[in-house]
Design a protein around this ligand. Structure first.
Ligand SMILES: Cc1cc2nc3c(=O)[nH]c(=O)nc-3n(C[C@H](O)[C@H](O)[C@H](O)COP(=O)(O)OP(=O)(O)OC[C@H]3O[C@@H](n4cnc5c(N)ncnc54)[C@H](O)[C@@H]3O)c2cc1C
Ligand code: SF4
Length: 554
């Protein structure tokens, strides 16, 4: 083995999970080095994003970083509603119950400023223990000794040995894969999120949403405006912008051959949104990323040797109906992983940190939030094709519609029940049919108009900042047949059928009188969302260090 630097702990990734782990380690005097591949922390990150401080969590972001709300968040989110949409009819449900359930506070955030703020604090804290935080360093693998993980290897630095390696490297975790701990690779185990940040003056936000400057609003959208794709939309108020986006089950997006940017535009241009958008529509940033579906993939035992996975790298992103919580779980898990190491070390058994972390995730109730037992038990029945078909038919029938009208008042209770949401089946009935019927049967006509004219896909990707990987592509197409990789032509958020400027396009190759439909790849505008790693036949890795897309908002 080559000479290696030695730190007691190495944390890979400076998102909320990595920041929390590093803070707890540093607070306990552990020499900690944090490595982040972005040119600045947050420059690679995307979130909706509402960050929650849960009452039941062992660690919240303001426990660890007391000035967080003043320094890094946008607005306290005080109202939360779900709009079920059918055509131009809307049925609104107040989500106050579920929004305030187990909640100390909830703020809207933008990831570039938030993560950069956290990184400054983390650097100060870890420097005191002899470590620090380095950006623009990509960890490219694990350091092994006699078949055991003992550290990490990087593009830019010599290998680093450590007694503890925390992989907080997000949804496309290279470390989880290298350790054989990321065993999910099917499209139904992921969501894809696509988002636009829209410029709006603060006083226009206050006036249009009827709020004060220290209040904020969250709205979620479901129904028939997303071409039957399972998932929904969101709108969150920031200080002087709106975050508007969509999150869909990746298998549904692939099955419907839907184009993410078009579904986002369906939301942005819907008349219902006209009441909140500014007179002049100006988009600051377009972004996209995959997120794991914790119900299916949150790892019950996310560790191996000295390596502990936290946050998205461990599949810990909770999306259950209108509940979307990933950042808070990443913080909690990061804190618990660090605490587990500190305790194991104090018992002269640092190698037992992983087991302690696993126990804490279970005993603190984190696993049950992420993978509710009731979902696992009810899923075989509630998501079977036969049952879904029957329920869909029933919901659409005269009897079903009569039932919706009769129990209309109960819908608010269901939408606000964390118990019911924890076993919500991932089916067309839940995501599309029921919201549409609620709007048709109980909704009011939309009265606002919407003149928003979102940029084209070409304009959107033209506005993003790139350092391309020409000559050293981070994605290779292994099978360019349309059958193997054709889904990427539509599901890639910067490609589209008939649009030549994205990453993937379809071509017809003629040879010896025969024609073949093939897929071509050109990763120039890649936003590193990870979609094609799941839906196409590729070898996909992160681009090197700070290379690739750099988000300003996130
Ligand atoms: C559209 C969308 C909407 C969402 N909405 C919400 C929401 O409203 N609320 C919520 O709580 N969550 C939301 N999420 C999920 C949330 O963003 C994630 O769950 C959360 O960011 C996970 O945090 P993390 O620290 O595990 O990983 P990340 O935040 O992804 O951080 C990983 C870090 O590791 C770095 N990194 C990766 N690989 C390497 C490497 N090899 N070497 C060095 N550094 C590396 C990355 O640059 C990054 O900084 C949303 C996600 C999306 C995409
Ligand atoms: S090329 Fe792949 S990783 Fe890049 S934006 Fe398209 S789908 Fe996402």
């Amino acid at each position: 083995m080559t000479d290696a630097e030695q730190f007691e702990a190495v944390v890979v990734g400076a998102g909320p999970g990595g920041a929390a782990a590093a803070a707890v380690l540093a607070n306990n005097g552990i020499e900690t080095l944090v490595l982040e591949r972005g040119v600045e922390a947050g420059s690679k990150n995307v979130s909706g994003g509402l960050i929650y401080a849960e009452q039941s969590a062992a660690y919240t972001v303001d426990d660890l970083f007391p000035e967080f709300r003043e320094g890094a968040s946008e607005r306290p989110v005080t109202r939360n509603h779900m709009d079920n949409i059918a055509g131009e009819t809307v049925h609104t449900v107040d989500l106050k119950g579920v929004h305030e359930h187990d909640t100390e506070w909830c703020d809207s955030v933008l990831r570039r400023p938030m993560d950069a703020w956290l990184a400054e604090r983390v650097h100060e804290m870890t420097a005191e223990t002899g470590g620090g935080l380095l950006t623009d360093v990509r960890v490219n693998g694990l350091l092994w000794d006699d078949g055991e993980i003992v550290g990490v290897t990087c593009d830019e630095l010599d290998p680093i040995r450590a007694d503890l390696v925390v992989a907080a490297d997000g949804v496309n975790s290279e470390l989880a894969r290298a350790a054989g701990l990321m065993d999910w690779d099917e499209p139904d185990e992921w969501f894809q999120g696509v988002k636009a940040v829209v410029d709006v003056e603060p006083d226009v936000i206050d006036e249009r949403f009827g709020i004060d400057e220290d209040e904020g609003v969250a709205r979620l959208f479901g129904g028939d405006l997303f071409d039957g794709v399972r998932g929904g939309g969101f709108l969150y108020t920031n200080r002087d912008s709106l975050s508007i986006g969509t999150v869909f089950h990746l298998d549904s997006l692939a099955d419907e051959r839907a184009e993410p940017h078009e579904l986002l535009d369906n939301l942005l241009t819907h008349p219902h949104l006209g009441q909140w958008l500014p007179d002049e529509y100006e988009e600051r940033e377009y972004s996209a990323k995959l997120v794991p579906d914790s119900k299916k993939v949150a790892h019950g035992s996310p560790h191996r040797d000295r390596l502990l996975l936290v946050g998205d790298a461990a599949g810990q992103m909770q999306a259950q109906g209108p509940i979307i919580k990933g950042m808070n779980h990443a913080v909690n898990a990061g804190g618990l992983a660090a605490e587990a190491y500190v305790e194991a070390k104090s018992r002269n058994a640092p190698h037992r940190a992983g087991e302690r972390y696993e126990t804490k995730l279970r005993e603190e109730g984190v696993m049950d939030k992420l993978r509710p037992t009731r979902y696992e038990l009810s899923r075989p029945l509630s998501e079977s094709g036969v049952v879904t078909g029957a329920l869909d038919g029933l919901a659409r029938s005269a009897v079903g519609r009569f039932g919706v009208r009769a129990v209309g008042g109960l819908t608010e209770r269901v939408f606000n029940s964390p118990f019911a949401l924890g076993m919500l089946p991932d089916t067309h009935t839940s995501y599309v049919t029921v919201p549409t019927i609620l709007a048709e049967e109980l909704g009011e006509p939309v009265t606002s108009e919407n003149d928003a004219d979102p940029p084209t896909l070409e304009e959107r990707i033209g506005e993003l900042t790139y350092d391309t990987d020409v000559g050293n592509p981070h994605i290779e197409l292994r099978d360019n047949s349309y059958e193997a990789s054709g889904v990427a032509v539509t599901a890639c958020p910067v490609s589209a059928d008939g649009f030549g400027g994205g990453c993937y396009r379809e071509e017809t190759v003629k040879s010896n009188g025969s024609e073949e439909r093939v897929v071509s790849l050109d990763t120039q505008p890649c936003v590193e969302c990870g979609t094609c790693a799941v839906v196409a036949d590729t070898t996909w890795t992160h681009p090197r260090g700070g290379k690739g897309v750099e988000y300003d908002q996130g």
